[in-house]
Design a protein around this ligand. Structure first.
Ligand code: FAD
Length: 475
């Protein structure tokens, strides 16, 4: 039996059910298709992740064959050219990912080729989970409680032994090289520096996971909210591209909790974050319109503003609110932003600036290395107050108090907004309250070296609340 394995968002060899299945059947031909709609930062990651996957396959005498073109057109052609009997892949649980999977299956069925897909992205198949009434859950806590009561993931699979085919020549007109996929930024190369911070690919993912288990997991529950600490796993881009399996994370942590090496409090807190990832995808499977439309349809009528200057200040990290600016600059420089700060900047954009959550979601999509359709959509809707299980709209984060609470010493702000590095801690989250002469001596003239706040917090809060009041009048 000769099998084409279509790598999609599971760019790994270990615990890859479709790959293992293919290897058990006989010869294997690995392929990958240029994806559509990725943001710039994700493309950078993908380039390196594909190189890493190809290297791992080469070590087993195989190779990753890259293609442009539509999978539903090219895969049937490849099956004929290569005498393949079947095509297997890991399912992608996004609306466009599911649509593409269905199209490919139909095209293969049409020519009598076996098409098989597996769940390699989630702990649990989204369609399996329903509430007592047989409807999809809409609130996280009962969803996750229910998942925990039924979860029985298969133990992770080892890297299978590959029996590759012997072709080395291009196997179709649509085949291309990694560079021809055009994933890397050219002029300007804004990804300079990413390589010093990140190691895309399965080996990098395993390394990050081991590091996390050796240190930060012991304090995860407390440290995960402190942006200047290395308190979280930084696994998100690896998970977005499936370079490590969630089943692996689950089994490793269950083992460590059982042996007492990781406390249940810490381990379960981490697993509940994995639960949020499951919930985000689950919601998209059951309510695909959430990709662009609010869960709470009243928000269709929300009077979003369109102040370009405000959203520009936000993207550039020049709002005059240090914690917001630090987050936006961390994002630009590293392709990542700490979760607490993501919540603060998202609240600021949607509430203080009254800017549509699409604007923020699209910016994140383009600039985050971990851009993930499920997590990004659900989190933006959560922050804007219009999502399933969302923060109520009237809960407006105060960027000064949030900064003072989670970045007490201002270490995070001082790192990413260096022009404020000498400002005393008392004023680090509200430099405009510091005497201007004192500030000048510290090298900061507001309005020149660092902006005045683009909106006044109290006034912006009032405006946001009156905009919200409009929703209350809608049935
Ligand atoms: P850890 O704390 O180590 O968590 C482990 C994993 O759990 C993460 O890698 C992630 O897969 C998952 N996870 C953690 N927090 C959440 C959450 N709140 N919702 C869903 N899954 C979570 N995460 C993305 O992966 N991609 C996105 O595009 C994305 N966009 C976001 C946009 C906004 C406005 C907000 C508020 C959050 C967003 N998140 C997104 C969620 C979260 O910020 C990141 O997953 C987390 O910061 C990644 O860092 P980590 O891997 O060190 O997290």
């Amino acid at each position: 039996m000769r099998t084409i394995i279509w790598f999609r968002e599971d760019l790994r060899l270990s615990d890859n059910t479709s790959l293992t299945y293919a290897c058990q059947q006989g010869e294997v031909i690995p392929v990958f298709f240029q994806p559509k709609g990725l943001g710039g930062a994700s493309k950078w990651w993908l380039h390196h992740s594909l190189a890493n996957l190809d290297k791992a396959l080469s070590e087993q005498g195989s190779q990753l064959n890259l293609f442009k073109g539509k999978p539903e057109v090219v895969l049937p052609k490849l099956c004929k050219e290569l005498n393949a009997d079947q095509v297997v892949w890991g399912r992608v649980y996004s609306p466009s990912g599911m649509e593409l999977g269905a199209k490919v299956k139909e095209a293969l069925d049409h020519i009598g080729i076996i098409a098989k897909s597996f769940n390699d992205q989630l702990l649990i198949e989204p369609t399996r989970i329903k509430n007592k009434q047989g409807s999809p859950f809409k609130v996280f806590t009962p969803f996750w409680r229910h998942c925990l009561s039924v979860l029985a993931p298969e133990p992770p699979l080892p890297v299978p032994a590959l029996r590759p085919t012997n072709h080395r020549e291009p196997i179709s007109d649509e085949q291309c090289s990694l560079n021809e996929l055009g994933l890397l930024p050219r002029k300007p190369n804004w990804a300079v520096g990413f390589e010093d911070i990140w190691k895309p690919g399965e080996s990098g993912a395993t390394h990050s996971w081991s590091n996390f288990l050796e240190g930060p997991i012991a304090r995860y529950k407390d440290d995960r909210d402190i942006p200047h600490k290395d308190g979280t796993s930084k696994l998100s881009p690896h998970l977005a591209f499936g370079e490590i399996s969630v089943r692996q994370l689950w089994f490793d942590l269950q083992g460590l909790m059982a042996s007492g090496e990781v406390s249940h409090t810490q381990g379960n807190k981490f697993l509940s974050e994995i639960g949020w990832r499951e919930f985000s995808r689950y919601l998209l499977v059951h309510f695909p319109y959430l990709e662009r439309s609010p869960f709470n349809s009243k928000f269709d009528h929300f009077p979003w503003g369109d102040n370009q200057e405000l959203s520009d200040a936000w993207t550039k990290g020049e709002t005059g609110y240090p914690i917001v600016d630090a987050g936006m600059r961390e994002l630009w420089k590293t392709g990542y932003m700490h979760n607490r700060v993501r919540m603060i900047v998202a609240s600021f954009l949607t509430k203080h600036c009254l800017t549509h959550w699409h604007v923020g979601m699209d910016w994140f999509w383009d600039t985050l290395l971990d851009a993930d359709i499920g997590n990004n959509t659900a989190s933006w809707q959560w922050a804007a107050g219009c999502g399933a299980d969302a923060a109520p709209y009237f809960r407006i984060f105060n960027p000064i108090l949030q900064g003072e609470k989670f970045d007490k010493e201002g270490s995070y702000v001082k790192k990413w907004v260096p022009e404020l590095s000498k400002v005393p801690n008392k004023f680090i989250h509200k430099p405009w309250e510091c005497d201007s002469l004192v500030l000048k001596e510290l090298g900061v003239v507001l309005g020149e070296d660092y902006p005045f706040p683009v909106v006044d917090h109290k006034q912006a809060r009032e405006t946001a609340l009156s905009a919200y009041a409009v929703l209350k009048t809608i049935d």
